[in-house]
Write a protein that binds this ligand. Structure first.
Ligand SMILES: [Cu+2]
Length: 273
């Protein structure tokens, strides 16, 4: 439908800058949703508002029906043989360890696994009962809980070389201007395979959004912003998967073969004393 057009425009604006990944050694952007299997986006709106143009009360609503669980993978898995510029803010976290995929020491990083398929999205359509963000106020996102303290989140603005950690622990928050925001989630490269989760509260904050760091504001004022109690919050639950790395699988396969070989030898030696 026609009303979805704005999000498509935003998408082009956000991701047209990504270079073709695959055979380049130095890459100038972090692999994004298009490289990871596509965007997965909870859509937030304000309903039951007293005034759809400039509400002073209402209820936050989330439409979210994820069709897949994002997998966190390393740079070497998303884009084999690639590395980031030494000065790239995300290089220390996401760069492959030296030597992996030919990564030079100066371009190396911790090899964290990452994903940014999830993107917070807000839609207002006053004509259909989906209210605007109240004037002089903003949306807020707070991390309510997470399954592992190692699951970290970052605001990425390529053009400004920004790679800022946000949601530093449960209870931490940002203000959000409502633009589609694909924050990155990371885990250490040696994280055990399994499911990881994070739950967020979406609320209306009692203060204005300050631009300067992209679509989210994590100034000290933003971090301390209070809820407007006249709006009922909504919650968003994210699931993530970490699967065994191919190298780990190879090591296990090797071990298994060794054990089998040893077992056979033992059988043989038992059979022929
Ligand atoms: Cu998106």
């Amino acid at each position: 439908m026609n009303l979805l057009k704005p999000s498509l425009t935003i998408r082009t604006g956000l991701f047209a800058a990504f270079p073709l990944l695959g055979n380049a050694a130095l890459i100038t952007a972090i692999p994004g949703p298009d490289d990871q299997g596509g965007m997965i986006m909870p859509m937030v709106s304000i309903i039951d508002a007293d005034d759809v143009m400039n509400p002073s009360s209402g209820r936050l609503s989330v439409a979210f029906n994820p069709q897949a669980v994002p997998v966190l993978r390393s740079l070497e898995e998303w884009s084999p043989g690639s590395w980031f510029a030494e000065a790239a803010a995300w290089r220390p976290d996401l760069g492959s360890p030296a030597g992996v995929g030919g990564t030079p020491a100066a371009n190396a990083g911790n090899g964290d696994v990452f994903n940014n398929q999830y993107g917070f999205m807000f839609m207002s359509m006053p004509g259909m009962g989906m209210a605007n963000i109240p004037v002089g106020q903003s949306l807020g996102l707070q991390l309510v809980s997470l399954s592992s303290p190692d699951l970290r989140s970052f605001n990425y603005v390529n053009s400004a070389n920004l790679w800022d950690e946000v949601f530093a622990g449960a209870g931490s928050q940002v203000l959000w201007n409502g633009s589609m925001w694909h924050n990155y989630f990371t885990l250490p490269g040696d994280t055990p395979a399994g499911t990881y989760t994070a739950t967020f509260e979406v609320f209306i904050a009692d203060q204005e959004f300050s631009p300067g760091t992209g679509f989210v504001d994590y100034s000290s004022a933003a971090l301390a912003a209070a809820r407007d109690g006249n709006f009922e919050s909504a919650f968003i639950h994210y699931d993530f998967t970490v699967i065994p790395e191919p190298s780990t699988v190879a090591v296990f396969a090797g071990l298994l073969m060794l054990l089998l070989a040893l077992g056979r030898k033992r059988v043989e030696s038992n059979g022929h004393p």
